[in-house]
Ligand binder design. Structure first.
Ligand SMILES: NC(=O)c1ccc[n+]([C@@H]2O[C@H](COP(=O)([O-])OP(=O)(O)OC[C@H]3O[C@@H](n4cnc5c(N)ncnc54)[C@H](O)[C@@H]3O)[C@@H](O)[C@H]2O)c1
Length: 402
């Protein structure tokens, strides 16, 4: 099959297996080059949301930065003879192959992580293959959650609270500047967003793992959040999603209490804006990312997904002996958005924002970089892949499908 990109809205409906594999390899190489301290890191890791974005970067950092065995959970579609699978499927197939080549344990569960069944399967595999895990990374980004007991379907909303949000944004299909308008979320929508992206499911995971005795002494857990700045607050931190992330902070406190009892702990890690399938769906994010990427690249501060996760592990979660424990903010969060939130970076974005037009979009922001990174998520636009060559869309690997 010859596969070319087909972009529909904020998603690319085709993917390239070879491109995805090269993306994974690139992140493995970046992690190796970082020279993380292998003696001081995780050994057996469960990653929930392990197939793309920050969760994949966490899995790669654990495995190739520290030599950890990993179990990954995700929800992806395999490729068939007729149709390519999702990027996360190919990323995970590539990860699995590279990890095994390295002699590392790697196994994956493809299914709904919000279900009790996924937890039961993970526990079974940990008991059978790993005994216990010492780190649980929680990195789900989903627009829906089926509640595990009632089966009720909850949807999250990317909406402000209180008043209509109006802002300059990019129509990424037309590469044009538009005025976006988003109506405020209703109380019900806010509650539902909390149910999908809040901390309840993370707590259910830790509770199940702990009860089953598969958390090692001193086990840690981390879940990812985003706070951003004034520019994105109305749609994010002060919007429905922000309420969900506040609930994640609440859950972190509860989980931390529980894990501290055996010398471990839990944190929310606040990460910077990067191009992922999840961030592409949030209004204003593509424009904000195009601006902040340009500013941070110019200042030598740019970090991609893997750089953030390498720094999270190496300089926050597993600081070497003698370095003390990592600083957290007043809410106990690990802050990896420190460079993005620097005053000079944010001021430069605020100065750029009112100047941007459809005509100068490519000239004054890094929108070209944004578009490139977006297509790369699906395995496209790599110099080292021949996109006219025939490729097999079927990729088998060590995965249990629920
Ligand atoms: N992208 C950003 O700019 C950014 C910034 C800060 C924090 N974060 C946070 O990082 C976390 C991960 O986001 P991302 O941007 O890496 O997203 P992503 O879309 O790249 O990855 C989401 C992962 O969740 C998995 N997933 C989704 N629904 C699932 C389900 N029902 N069952 C099992 N797996 C499921 C997917 O398979 C995938 O592995 C989120 O909490 C997000 O808020 C993202």
């Amino acid at each position: 099959m010859i596969i070319k990109p087909k972009v529909r809205g904020f998603i690319c409906t085709t993917t390239h297996p070879v491109g995805c594999e090269k993306n994974v390899l690139e992140q493995i190489e970046a992690t190796r080059a970082r020279g993380l301290d292998k003696a001081n890191g995780p050994k057996k890791v469960l990653v929930i949301g392990a197939s793309s974005g920050y969760g994949l970067a966490a899995r790669i950092t654990a495995a190739f930065g520290y030599g950890a065995d990993t179990l990954g959970v995700f929800f992806e579609k395999p490729g068939t003879e007729k149709k390519p699978g999702t990027a996360g499927w190919y990323n995970s197939a590539a990860f699995d192959r590279f990890a095994k080549q390295e002699g590392l344990y790697s196994k994956s569960i493809n299914g709904d992580a919000f279900s009790h069944e996924a937890r039961e399967k993970a526990i079974e595999l940990i008991k059978q293959d790993l005994g216990q895990v010492d780190l649980v990374v929680y990195s789900l980004a989903s627009p829906v959650r089926k509640l595990p007991d009632s089966g009720e379907l909850k949807r999250s909303s990317l909406k402000p609270i209180g008043e209509t949000y109006r802002a300059t944004a990019i129509d990424t299909n037309k590469d044009a500047i538009i005025e976006a308008e988003v109506e405020p979320a209703t109380e019900q929508e806010i509650e539902d967003t909390k149910a999908v992206m809040g901390g309840e499911d993370w707590e259910l995971w830790i509770d199940a793992l702990d009860r089953a005795g598969v958390l090692a002494e001193g086990a840690r857990s981390v879940a990812f959040s985003y706070i951003g700045t004034e520019i994105t607050w109305p749609i994010y931190w002060h919007g429905a999603l922000g309420k969900a992330k506040e609930d994640l902070d609440r859950a972190a406190g509860e989980i931390d209490k529980r894990l501290s009892a055996s010398g471990g702990g839990a944190n929310v890690a606040v990460l910077k804006s990067v191009v992922t399938q999840a961030s592409a769906a949030i209004p204003v994010m593509p424009l904000y990312i195009a601006m902040v990427y340009r500013v941070m690249k110019e200042k030598g501060l740019h970090e991609g997904t893997i750089d953030q996760l390498n720094r999270l592990f190496g300089e926050r979660l597993y600081r070497g002996a003698g370095q003390g424990s990592a600083e957290t903010d007043e809410a106990g969060r690990l802050r990896l958005d420190d460079w993005e939130l620097r005053d000079d970076v944010q001021q430069a974005c605020k100065d750029l924002w009112p100047q941007v037009t459809t005509e100068n979009l490519f000239a004054i922001t890094d929108y070209a970089g944004y578009k490139h990174e977006f297509l790369k998520l699906f395995g496209f636009e790599r110099d080292d892949v021949d996109y006219d060559a025939d490729v097999d869309p079927v990729a088998e690997f060590d995965v249990v499908t629920l």
